[in-house]
Design a protein around this ligand. Structure first.
Ligand SMILES: Nc1nc2c(ncn2[C@@H]2O[C@@H]3COP(=O)(O)O[C@H]4[C@@H](O)[C@H](n5cnc6c(=O)[nH]c(N)nc65)O[C@@H]4COP(=O)(O)O[C@H]3[C@H]2O)c(=O)[nH]1
Length: 592
C-alpha cells in the first residue's frame, strides 16, 4: 500500500471494543494503523464530515440508530473513504443491507482476528482507489491528462447553461494540428505522443483555471472560453494559441515545428446547444485548414448559406470524422466464373452510411477523399475489413473465394504500402491467394519503375492483381506486358451497348483476345442483360460482374446468398466440359 500510515476511525459504544481493535491492529508494520474512536452517532457523523480518515469501522449497534443509517448518512454527506460494518453475530440480511447501502465489507466481531481485519481494511482502500482511478480514466485523457471527449461535452453543457443564466457569451475553439500524420509516420507513435503531450501542456498552462481544455482524440483539442466580453477577446486568445503551439518542440533530439488550425464558434449566436456549437467550430476549423492552415477562423452563417461551396465544406468536415465514427461499411458484389457459374471473387465496394442522408455511394465522396488525403486511412480500413470479413466467411464454412479491393493511387504510392498489406494479411490470417487488388490503368501508367517494383513485391506476397476500368485510361498497350497482372476488367462503358453497338462489341472482343494473348484472365463489368452475357460467353470472357447476377450486397446477404442460391453451378454438363447455360434460372438464383 502506497500510504504507509492508515487513519482508522472506529465508531461504537463500548470502550473495551476500541481497546481490542487497537490490539488487533497494533502488530501491523506496513501499513501502520492509527486508530481513533468515537462513541456517539452524531459525533461520528461530525467526524466523518471532516473527511480526515482513510477508513471507517462502524458498529451495527449504535443506540437508537444503526450502523446502516450511519453508512447512508455518511455517503449522503459526501464521505468517499470506505466504510466497514461490524456486527455482533453472523447475519446475512444485515451484511446484504450494508453492502447495498454502500459499505465496502461487513465483518462479524467474534470472527475477526488481526489478519482478517488488516486485509479487509487494505482491500477496501485499494478497491476505492481503483474505483477512483477508473472514474478518472473515464473522464480524462490518459495521455495528456486533459478532459476527454465525454467530460468535455458535460463541461460544455454546463458552461452553456451558466452562460444562458447570466446572459454571457462562450467561445468554443476547435484546434487541430496541421499535418500531424506526417509527424506520426516519421517519428512513430511514441514521438507523436510526446508532441501531443507538449502541446497539451502549453494549452493548459496558457488558459485560466475556469477555462476548459480537452483532447477529443488524435490531434484534436478543444478549448471552452467562458464569459468572453467581445469577439476580439476570443481572437486574441486564438492568436496567442497559434503562437504558443508554433514554438519548436524537441522530440527524440529533433526540433519540430507544429502549427494548428483553429475554428471558433460563439454561443449563443452560432450554436445554442453543444452539438451545434461543436459542429460549427469544427467546420470553421476546417475552413482554416482549407485556407492555408496555421490560422484561426470564426464560424459564420455564410459557411452554411454559401450554396455548393458550403455543402462541400460540410461534407468534407463530416467525411473527416466518418472513419472514427464508424460510418463506413462494405458491400460485396460477386464475380462469376463463366464456365462453372460459381462465385470466384467478391468485390468490396465502399459505402458511407451518412447519419442524415443514409447510404452514400463512393463516386460522391471518394474524389473528395482522394483530394484531401483521407483515402489513405479509409483505404486501409477497407483493406483490413475486407480481409477480416473474408477470413470469417471462410471459417464459417462458406466456399472459398477471393475478395477484391479497389486501390487508390495515393494509397499505392505510399512508401510503406507493401508492408502495410503484408501486416493486414498477417493480422487477418487470410491466405494471400484470396486477396485481389484492383488498380486503375492510369495509376499504373502514370508512374514509372516504382510501380513495377511495387507490383512485383505485392505479387511476391502471393496476392492477385487486376486492372480495373480497363480501356478508359488512354494508356499505351505495350506497357501491359511489363506488369505482373492477373486479370483485366473491361470497363462497363464498353459492355453497356454490346452486342448492338458494333464499335463497343469489337473493342470488348479485342480486349478479351488481348488479355488472353498476354496470359491474363478477363472479367467484364456491368453485365445487365442476357444478350451481353451471351456475347461475352461466346467470346471466351472468363468472368462477369453485374446487376444481371447481383448488385453489391451487405455482408449478411453474402452469407445467405451462398447458403440459398449461389452455391451450385447451373445447367448440365461437367465443369470445364461443354456446358449449356440456363441463364434465366441462373439469373433467378442470383436475384433471389
Ligand atoms: N450500371 C451498373 N453498375 C454496376 C453494375 N454492376 C456493378 N456496378 C457498379 O460498378 C462499380 C464497380 O466498381 P468499380 O468499377 O471498381 O468502381 C468503383 C471504384 O472505382 C470506387 N470504389 C468503390 N469502393 C472503393 C474503395 O474501397 N476504394 C477505392 N479507392 N475506390 C472504391 O467507386 C466506384 C463505384 O463504386 P460503386 O458505386 O459501388 O459501383 C460499383 C458497382 O455497384 C451493373 O450491372 N450496372
Amino acid at each position: 500500500m502506497e500510504n504507509s500510515q492508515v487513519r482508522v476511525l472506529l465508531v461504537n459504544q463500548r470502550e473495551e471494543d476500541c481497546i481490542s481493535t487497537k490490539k488487533l491492529l497494533e502488530d501491523a508494520r506496513d501499513p501502520k494503523f492509527v486508530l481513533e474512536w468515537v462513541s456517539g452517532y452524531e459525533a461520528a457523523l461530525e467526524t466523518i464530515r471532516r473527511n480526515a480518515h482513510d477508513v471507517y469501522l462502524l458498529d451495527y449497534k449504535l443506540g437508537e440508530r444503526s450502523g446502516l443509517d450511519l453508512i447512508r448518512e455518511a455517503i449522503y454527506n459526501g464521505c468517499t473513504a470506505p466504510l466497514i460494518m461490524l456486527t455482533e453475530e453472523p447475519d446475512h440480511g444485515i451484511d446484504t443491507e450494508a453492502i447495498k447501502a454502500g459499505a465496502a465489507d461487513s465483518l462479524v466481531k467474534e470472527q475477526i482476528n488481526s489478519n482478517l481485519l488488516e486485509r479487509s481494511i487494505c482491500y477496501a482502500i485499494e478497491r476505492k482507489r481503483a474505483e477512483e482511478r477508473m472514474a478518472y480514466l473515464a473522464q480524462y485523457d490518459s495521455l495528456t491528462g486533459l478532459a476527454n471527449r465525454s467530460l468535455f461535452k458535460e463541461l460544455l453543457s454546463l458552461a452553456l447553461a451558466r452562460a444562458e443564466r447570466n446572459g454571457k457569451h462562450v467561445a468554443l475553439m476547435f484546434l487541430d494540428l496541421d499535418r500531424f500524420k506526417v509527424i506520426n509516420d516519421s517519428l512513430g507513435h511514441d514521438g507523436g505522443d510526446q508532441v501531443l503531450k507538449v502541446i497539451a501542456e502549453r494549452l493548459r498552462s496558457r488558459m485560466r483555471k475556469s477555462d476548459t481544455v480537452a483532447r477529443l482524440g488524435g490531434d484534436e483539442f478543444t478549448v471552452i472560453l467562458e464569459d468572453i466580453g467581445t469577439v476580439q477577446d476570443a481572437s486574441n486568445v486564438a492568436q496567442e494559441l497559434l503562437q504558443i503551439v508554433a514554438q519548436p518542440v524537441m522530440v527524440q533530439d529533433q526540433e519540430l515545428f507544429v502549427t494548428p488550425s483553429i475554428g471558433i464558434a460563439i454561443y449563443p449566436q452560432y450554436g445554442k446547444d453543444p452539438e451545434t456549437l461543436i459542429k460549427n467550430a469544427d467546420m470553421a476549423m476546417y475552413r482554416a485548414k482549407r485556407q492555408g492552415r496555421n490560422a484561426y477562423r470564426f464560424y459564420t452563417t455564410t459557411m452554411e448559406s454559401n450554396g455548393k461551396a458550403s455543402q462541400h465544406l460540410a461534407m468534407e468536415t463530416r467525411l473527416r470524422h466518418a472513419l472514427d465514427r464508424e460510418e463506413f461499411l462494405l458491400h460485396y458484389q460477386p464475380l462469376i466464373d463463366m464456365k462453372s457459374g460459381r462465385v470466384i471473387s467478391l468485390e468490396a465496394l465502399l459505402r458511407w452510411c451518412h447519419p442524415e442522408r443514409g447510404i452514400i455511394l463512393p463516386d460522391e465522396f471518394i474524389p473528395m477523399a482522394e483530394e484531401n488525403g483521407m483515402i489513405v486511412p479509409i483505404g486501409e480500413w477497407v483493406l483490413s475489413t475486407a480481409c477480416r470479413q473474408n477470413k470469417e466467411w471462410q471459417e464459417s464454412g462458406l466456399p472459398l473465394t477471393s475478395v477484391s479491393v479497389n486501390l487508390s493511387a495515393r494509397q499505392f504510392r505510399q512508401k510503406l504500402f507493401v508492408g502495410k498489406v503484408a501486416s493486414i494479411l498477417a493480422e487477418s490470417r487470410l491466405d494471400p491467394q484470396f486477396l485481389e487488388l484492383e488498380l486503375t490503368e492510369s495509376l499504373l501508367f502514370e508512374s514509372n519503375g516504382a510501380s513495377t517494383n511495387r507490383l512485383k513485391e505485392l505479387k511476391a506476397l502471393g496476392i492477385k492483381i487486376s486492372i480495373d476500368d480497363f480501356g478508359t485510361g488512354y494508356s499505351s498497350l505495350s506497357y501491359l506486358k511489363c506488369f505482373p497482372i492477373d486479370t483485366l476488367k473491361i470497363d462497363r462503358s464498353f459492355v453497356g451497348d454490346i452486342p448492338s453497338n458494333e464499335g463497343d462489341s469489337a473493342i470488348a472482343s479485342g480486349m478479351i483476345a488481348l488479355a488472353h494473348g498476354l496470359h491474363m484472365k478477363v472479367t467484364a463489368e456491368g453485365v445487365e442483360t442476357q444478350a451481353q452475357w451471351d456475347f461475352l460467353h461466346e467470346r471466351g470472357c472468363d468472368a462477369i460482374q453485374g446487376f444481371l447476377m447481383s448488385p453489391a450486397v451487405a455482408p449478411e446477404e453474402v452469407t445467405s446468398g451462398f447458403q440459398n442460391r449461389w452455391l451450385e453451378p447451373v445447367g448440365t454438363g461437367a465443369e470445364g466440359g461443354s456446358f449449356s447455360w440456363n441463364l434465366s434460372s441462373l439469373a433467378k438464383r442470383w436475384t433471389g
